[in-house]
Design a protein around this ligand. Sequence first.
Ligand SMILES: [Zn+2]
Length: 411
Amino acid sequence: MPRKHLWLVACAVVLVWWSVPPGSGQVQVSDRARRVHDNAFVFDAHVHVVNRQFYHGGDMGQRVDDGQFDLVRAKEGGLDAMFFSLFVTEQYYPARLETKQVLRLMDAAYDQLAKNKDKIEVALNASDIDRIAAAGRMAAFMDLEGGFDLDGDLAVLRDLYRLGLRSFQLPAHNWANNFADSCCAPAKWHGLNERGRAVIREANRLGMVINISHASDETMAQALDVSADPIVATHHGLRSFNNIPRTMSDELLKKLAAKGGVIGFQIGNEFHNVKVFNWRTARAGKPFWDTTAIGRKEAGMTIEEVDALAAPAFPMIGVAAPDDIRLTPYEWLAVVDRAVELVGEDHVMLGSDFDGGPTLPRGMRDVRDLPILTEAMLKRGWSEERIRKFLGGNLLRVVRQVTGKKKLEKP
Ligand SMILES: [Zn+2]
């Protein structure tokens, strides 16, 4: 090759190298990132579990080649503990089958946990999490996505606590319930009513973690005023990146942090990236949180008929948005950096939402690829201490604070 051509090739190589932002696409996890990740306690604030097996059978301890989560891939991704999130979808609400569905999912959860005793164990408090992690197993902190009871009956809440439930959402996912407004349905109470405030006080007394993801702005603000304990938003985004009702304003984030709480960042694009949000909304003809079509049909259904209706959505994975509009892991972390600028590094955490439908950052396949995030955090200049706080330390602090108090006597 003539010299001139060699020079051109060299220029082209430099240009290509320049145009690839750090953390894009094919991320190689360095030895350092692997070491930092493996040494960190990784506690994910929101993983969708069990719904898949509830509807379609199977064992969460077996590797499957679809969806974003199973215990084998979770181990490869370095996961140590998780909010073990059971999801009561909106279809169960019109016929008031939601509490029965919670009970069925909790039964399915204990069945899956019994099948996988060597890998995972239920944790009722932070000391359990410490003990289980020290034994090399994963800790499952039982959490509910969706309504435990649309009326917020305190007796039902106490019974679910006795069954091991330790965290729940105030609103009924994207649906209006009879005590707290949701982000994504018309306001009924302008936040919380008296029952909603009683639910919060009872959760405080029992030592249950309150989750305000899916709550309306008014609900979030009032819950933060009423609660004696820190509150979490398990899987969220910032409104400054995507102005939708499901994200959090700077003002509310500051209020959450002032209370000692933590915001979890959903690992998808939809909450943080207007391009993917618009792409998805245009194709679906509605935003992802819209549940207005649910109602009349479901009101007359048996629970088995509702099961058949709900089943095809599981496992929930993201949409096939083109790579060129997806965030890289490095860009995804810019959202977390913005929150750190606003409230500091003690109030941010991972709330992946695996198997709950996130469209993952470019180059990430599923829970196996969590170390890619650590690689990108190092590239952004995060200290190892900040990485440890984000990956689990901050959430464990809140769980310790909330569950460490006197609890109900064991039955
Ligand atoms: Zn959710």
